[in-house]
Design a protein around this ligand. Structure first.
Ligand code: MN
Length: 252
């Protein structure tokens, strides 16, 4: 799909007393009113960071707002840097959980890990034969499988042909330039996991459509990445019970 690139883009860092005052929500409301796309997020150093792209005049109006902030904010400085438009199709608030994720290690006819992401009230699911990796150089095949109910997230125990442990879980953020679930429909979805074992950015890239759509699960290069690691092998324990799948199956 050919999309028109935005006219201009800026990155802004807003300093002062700017967190905990609804800054991100008001910035998004203004951005959407102005037809500006991109994202806003709270940084660990107390600043608010904004990526904004669109018509030059609309960017200027948004920057004017950033210098004031919402009532309750005390902006001391706004640093603005001109950057390249990235092709955003939404104005997202980054760093806010979209729901939960869970990874269940599953001994069945074929041993695999089920990655499940909460999207629209259900758990979208992928079976990952070799399990997730924290190494950005590793691409893991992930077969899209049927949605699961959220009530299944806690399930751990023996099943008819094997068993299941809750291998990892936590909140996750929906990232990327395209809003979800559209991103999944288009076959490229970026997200940030906050699990006990899996942390930081990941991407799911669809490589084959059809009855059993095939995807690749890839760790993104970020500060959480662990090149050369094999977390599936190194951390076999359940985050619920501490037992490995082998212990579950072998133990009485
Ligand atoms: Mn399964």
């Amino acid at each position: 799909m050919a999309k028109q690139k935005a006219e201009a883009a800026v990155r802004a860092t807003v300093r002062g007393s700017v967190q905990g005052v609804g800054f991100r929500y008001e910035a998004r409301r203004r951005a959407l009113d102005l037809g500006v796309l991109g994202w806003v997020r709270n940084e660990g150093d107390g600043t608010v960071r904004v990526h904004a792209e669109g018509p030059r005049q609309a960017l200027d109006s948004l920057l004017e707002f950033l210098h004031r902030g919402p009532s309750g904010a005390a902006v001391t400085a706004v640093e603005v840097e001109e950057v390249k438009p990235e092709g955003h199709e939404q104005f997202g608030i980054r760093g806010v959980a979209a729901g939960v994720f869970v990874v269940q290690e599953h001994a069945a006819t074929a041993h695999h890990w089920d990655l499940r992401l909460e999207v629209g009230g259900v758990m979208r699911s992928w079976a990952v034969p070799k399990g997730p990796s924290m190494d950005p150089a590793v691409k893991r095949i992930a077969i899209e499988v049927e949605d699961h109910d959220r009530s299944h997230n806690e399930f751990e125990g023996r099943t008819d042909g094997g068993g299941v442990i809750v291998w990892d879980r936590g909140p996750y953020e929906q990232g990327g330039r395209v809003a979800w679930p559209e991103a999944l429909e288009r076959g490229h979805a970026v997200f940030v996991l906050h699990g006990e074992k899996l942390r930081g950015g990941f991407a799911l890239q669809r490589t084959r459509r059809g009855e059993k759509p095939q995807w690749l699960l890839i760790k993104r290069k970020d500060e959480a990445a662990e090149p050369g690691s094999d977390v599936a092998a190194a951390r076999p324990e359940s985050v619920l019970s501490g037992q490995s799948l082998g212990e579950l199956l072998g133990g009485g």
